[in-house]
Design a protein around this ligand. Structure first.
Ligand code: F6R
Length: 267
């Protein structure tokens, strides 16, 4: 697990965005795993700027989002499909036919959505780079604490903490979904590379558990300790609970000097 602590949330977004751009430069038809949430917004804005002014193209890329609410139609502004269109897809050159979310039509059986989604990911050749955030309770996707570490895409019930955390995004009388369909933890672990972004003090405790705690279903993100290529990008606030901080900074310096001498990992 590579832990990179940057000076601001803006640098977290730019560093993640540069990694996405670097991947698409050498592999234009890459398969991206995407996430929603507040943390990813700065990343999408950065990538849109790179598309508009930096020669970045998503034309051949395919994407799979981590999760989608159950019982919220795609046209509803609260759906994750609407978020992705509004914040990202509408502003870049990706072919929307190649963008996927684990959504469930009104008359569809939600239990069948997961296996079909897994098949679509396999048919696309698997995920090259999975971007994600972390919940205050350590969830990744909507794999809430106690989720099986070998889970696959399926329906999950959101915890009360997640409902409270996300409640800020819903109006008082608006329907707030309690169920979602999410990639499983094993699905996420299959991605060839994982990039987790966390910013702000509200994530400090979950980040410390993820990076330095025991691997446990009670902190689903801690399973990333077992991933071959997981990079955790943090701002100072999100890194505040880490006890091994000096080593992460020292490692980052060594990696930067290797990169300066031998080029980026795709270069
Ligand atoms: C969203 C998702 C969630 C969020 C997490 C952090 O697609 O899968 O795991 O990444 O809840 O959300 P924010 O960034 O809003 O704090």
């Amino acid at each position: 697990m590579e832990v990179v602590i940057l000076k601001s949330a803006k640098s977290v977004a730019a560093t993640a965005g540069d990694l996405v751009a670097e991947l698409l430069r050498v592999q234009p038809a890459a398969v991206l795993g995407l996430a929603t949430g507040s943390t990813q917004l700065a990343l999408y804005r950065y990538l849109v700027q790179q598309y508009l002014h930096g020669g970045l193209s998503f034309k051949q890329a395919t994407s799979f989002n981590l999760d989608e609410y159950l019982g919220v139609a795609a046209e509803n502004p609260q759906s994750y499909r609407a978020y992705m269109d509004r914040e990202f897809f509408d502003h870049i050159d990706i072919d929307k036919h190649n963008t996927h979310l684990p959504d469930c039509g009104e008359t569809e059986n939600p239990r069948l959505v997961g296996p079909l989604y897994e098949q679509k990911i396999r048919d696309a050749g698997g995920i090259d780079l999975q971007l994600m955030g972390i919940g205050g309770n350590g969830h990744i996707g909507f794999n809430e604490p106690s989720s099986s570490l070998r889970s696959r895409t399926r329906v999950k019930t959101l915890t009360k903490q997640t409902l409270e955390d996300n409640g800020r995004l819903f109006k008082k009388d608006e329907f707030q979904p309690k169920l979602a369909i999410t990639m499983g933890i094993a699905t996420i672990m299959d991605a060839r590379r994982v990039l987790l972004l966390a910013t702000g003090q509200s994530k400090a405790e979950a980040v410390a558990k993820m990076v330095e705690g025991p691997i446990s279903a009670m902190c689903p993100a801690s399973v990333l300790q077992m991933h071959e290529r997981a990079t955790i990008l943090l701002d100072e606030d999100a890194a505040a609970g880490l006890s091994n901080r000096d080593y992460y900074d020292w490692t980052h310096l060594q990696n930067e000097s290797l990169k300066a001498r031998f080029g980026g990992e795709h270069g």
